[in-house]
Design a protein around this ligand. Structure first.
Ligand SMILES: [Zn+2]
Ligand SMILES: [Zn+2]
Length: 79
């Protein structure tokens, strides 16, 4: 008689990890830089007063992309 060798089968169980649903939708579009839509707006343009630009984007233009007025100053703001 032949002793059948016990087959060791490894059942790799695919553990379905629950996806971490992390939604940070508190910040709407209004709270994002209107240029890159990624960063928080923290610059207000003087004198026109438009303030929907992040630091990085504001550094790039010399006139307001909204009203086209010359930017005299870029004031840092904290929202
Ligand atoms: Zn930006
Ligand atoms: Zn403006």
């Amino acid at each position: 008689m032949k002793a059948t060798a016990p087959m060791v089968e490894e059942h790799a169980q695919s553990t379905t990890s629950s996806q971490p649903t992390r939604k940070n939708d508190e910040s709407m579009d209004e709270n994002l830089c209107c240029i890159c839509l990624e960063n928080k707006p923290e610059i207000v343009l003087i004198p026109c007063g438009h303030a929907k630009f992040c630091q990085g984007c504001a550094d790039m233009f010399k006139e307001c992309p909204i009203c086209r007025s010359t930017v005299v100053m870029k004031q840092r703001i904290f929202l």
